[in-house]
Design a binder for this molecule. Sequence first.
Ligand code: PEP
Ligand code: MN
Length: 349
Amino acid sequence: MIISMRPHATRQEIDHVCERIGEFGYKVHSIEGEERVVIGVVGMGDVTACLESLEATPGVERAMRISAPYKFVSREFKKERSAIQVNGLQIGGGEFIVIAGPCSVESEDQILQTAEAVAAAGARMLRGGAFKPRTSPYDFQGLELEGLKLLRKAKQATGLGIVTEIMSDRDVDMVAEYTDVMQVGARNMQNFALLKSLGACGRPVLLKRGMSSTIKELLMSAEYIVAHGNPNVILCERGIRTFETATRNTCDIAAVPVLNELTHLPVLLDPSHATGKRSLVPALARAAVAIGADGLVVEVHPCPEKAASDGAQSLTLESFAAMMRSLAPYLRLWKEARDSEVAPSAIAV
Ligand code: PEP
Ligand code: MN
């Protein structure tokens, strides 16, 4: 349920509504907004009786049932886009954010060289895996803590915020110390212990869609993180598994507008994992801008043929810069379209 208070409802009226909610056996999950307060309610009880009673309570403008099972991430709960604040940027705000970097952090030289080049080309954050989810146990598993330390050095050198993957709930505190955004990879989208532990990590979470997951399942996973206390979730479409073999995954480009209808959370596209092929990345990046994504996650490596993982889909430093130049006219149109919308609001739960 959400309870929308009248503009400038008094503190006493708001407190009284919260009390009534408790009397019906429900819990107040969040109270948002200043001029117009919206109260998020969760729990089990007699919904109809509660709604009817609250509608008649002083200060209440409307009391509504949220029909989506993913309540707090739904557009029903919050109509305006949410902008997530990270390292001085807003993801989901008035700028299309490009996050770029290697699949894996491999060495100091590799990460620093990449960070400097992508920053110069217009990337706004640096990605790089220190913990790698690999299909084979014999493949490179990541530099772990050493990789996190190298990411920190790259941030110090360039000012770019860091996005890195977290694979286990046991590592949350360690990874959160080094990164700005915690990435949950496709393989862990339904690792519920991990999702719950990210509720209290104090960092925004970039949640990638599982390769066999529906959009509803993606939103339910986002709801886990929000329901456990962290409203700062960014979604990422990275391709799903289908019968098609021409690309590594099938990019579900329609997922972007579908998500934009269903949720207020920002949506990024990862054209690298979606295609598995460097030559296809720029075209999908343009598609992402045109279809209204909030940004991109792109793999870039100074020497893709020597990459420890995902070399075939990694852009070189030069081809990344060329892609960024080719995106410029599209980004101007993106900005025009975004500026004509209602301003996004920061989430405060
Ligand atoms: C990655 O970002 O390098 C990665 C492993 O992505 P995904 O979880 O989408 O496969
Ligand atoms: Mn990768």
